[in-house]
Design a binder for this molecule. Structure first.
Ligand code: PLP
Length: 439
């Protein structure tokens, strides 16, 4: 009875986002530890996606919790025109792990805000240029600027109320190449075409790229793509913004995904793993040149909760934990194991069209038939948010006690970075079971 009433409060008095409200049946969660969370009835669930790819250190890490508590006891807030001592500590810790040219930070409380700041910074810095290139299969946030950068179906809901000056470029999605070409004969046309776009558009200030596309199905680019597109940005004097909200913080076995190709972005945005989700955080990091530009230029931006001491206190604490737990090498080892197990699933299940990933960041893309017909989300009229893959993910949760974050046609498998082999087996076996019914 109590649980039903609680569900009713949540359903009737709080918003479900990215969805109609009707039919929402939320599981009420009350505690969590390690890679598991528990509902109010005590039922245990494996978190096989780190929620929205953000609970990087799992649940209940006492070292991180104690650092945050210590900050709360000492200084819970001071406005951002002051220089809190924790801001010094967090910034020093960040400078050690960020790509070496990124040297000045704006602190906010989400990935969305990190990208909003990146839009403004680029447009100030490249004034009067204002256009920003962004890819179709991308997600950059939900507020007006960041949803306008977002290229996927989520943008369709808000059109025509989007920001001006966004120009679309294609993504390196070899499984469903937007240019209908085949790698490697394609000559990485999805990148070379961008050079043409920049010249035709003029006025391009920046391009924003998820180094490995996240919510749109963990699209790992072919090895040539990132160095090439970085070079094209540089040659055309266009800022390169790496959106590492999802890919940062050990997820791909490096501090940041750009390290996989030794790429140096002009701006790097991140959130999620920066606090491992113990508190909300967003970070917009910029190069020295961009930072210096604002010596004599008003950075017309800011929030009351900008550089919040409690948010900042998580940064050095999680960096210490990532280091103490040797997370980068752990992710490489566990990632190889997870990848191998997922590839085995592909051999067994007709419904899996593609398996791709790096580190502990994987997707299995489900298909309707042997022509690889997708379940939805693209190229068709998008009327609702419930595809067969949504239904399967829900059944995985309810019947197999395993949570995966899914898109219209794919599961994202991105467990907390502390996961071990037995826990990986548990999650893969649950998916194996549920897919038997999808084949
Ligand atoms: N950018 C990317 C690549 C993301 O994956 C997300 C969220 O999933 C965002 C931006 C937005 O971050 P937030 O949900 O913290 O606002």
């Amino acid at each position: 009875m109590g649980e039903i009433e609680d569900k009713k409060i949540i359903r009737d008095h709080t918003f479900k986002t990215w969805s109609k409200q009707k039919g929402w049946d939320p599981i009420i969660v009350s505690s969590a530890k390690g890679v598991y969370f528990y509902d109010v009835e005590g039922k245990k669930y494996l978190d096989f996606s780190s929620q929205f790819v953000n609970v990087n250190l799992g649940y209940g890490n006492e070292r991180v919790i104690n650092s945050i508590k210590e900050q709360l006891d000492r200084l819970q807030y001071i406005n951002p025109s002051f220089g809190a001592d924790i801001r010094v500590k967090a910034t020093k810790a960040l400078l050690k792990v960020m790509p070496r040219n990124i040297s000045k930070f704006f602190y906010s409380t989400s990935g969305t805000e990190a990208n909003e700041a990146a839009i403004k910074i680029s447009r100030f810095y490249k004034k009067p240029r204002y256009k920003i290139l962004a890819r179709y299969r991308s997600y950059h946030g939900s507020t007006e600027g960041s949803i306008s950068l977002t290229g996927d179906y989520r943008r369709w809901f808000v059109e025509p109320n989007t920001m001006n000056g966004v120009v679309r470029i294609p993504e390196p999605y070899c499984f469903r190449c937007p240019l209908k070409l085949k790698y490697p004969d394609c000559g990485i046309a999805c990148a070379t075409y961008v050079d043409y776009v920049i010249r035709q558009e003029k006025n391009v200030a920046a391009m924003i790229i998820e180094p490995i596309t996240g919510t749109n199905g963990v699209i790992v680019p072919p090895k040539e793509y990132m160095p090439l597109i970085r070079k094209i940005a540089k040659e055309n004097d266009v800022l390169f913004i790496a959106d590492e909200v999802m890919t940062g913080w050990g997820r791909v076995g490096e501090w940041f995904a750009v390290n996989l190709w030794d790429i140096h972005p002009d701006i790097l945005t991140t959130a999620k793993g920066a606090s491992a989700s113990y508190v909300p955080i967003g970070i917009t990091g910029v190069s020295k040149e961009i930072g210096e530009f604002f010596e004599d230029e008003v950075f017309a931006h800011g929030h009351t909760f900008e550089a919040h001491p409690v948010s900042l206190s998580a940064i050095p604490a999680v960096i210490e934990e990532y280091e103490r737990l040797n997370i980068l090498s752990h992710v490489k080892v566990m990632g190889d194991y997870l990848g191998k197990r997922l590839q085995e699933l592909k051999e067994r299940h007709r419904s899996i069209g593609d398996v791709r990933g790096v580190g502990l960041f994987w997707a299995i893309e489900l298909v309707k038939d042997k022509n690889n017909t997708p379940f939805g989300g693209y190229d068709d009229k998008y009327e609702g948010y419930t595809t067969f893959v949504d239904v399967l993910a829900r059944r995985l949760l309810i019947e197999k006690n395993t949570y995966v974050y899914n898109g219209p046609s794919w599961f994202i498998i991105s467990p907390p970075l502390i996961i071990n082999k037995e826990e990986i087996d548990e999650g893969v076996d649950a998916i194996d079971d549920i897919l038997k019914e999808a084949d």
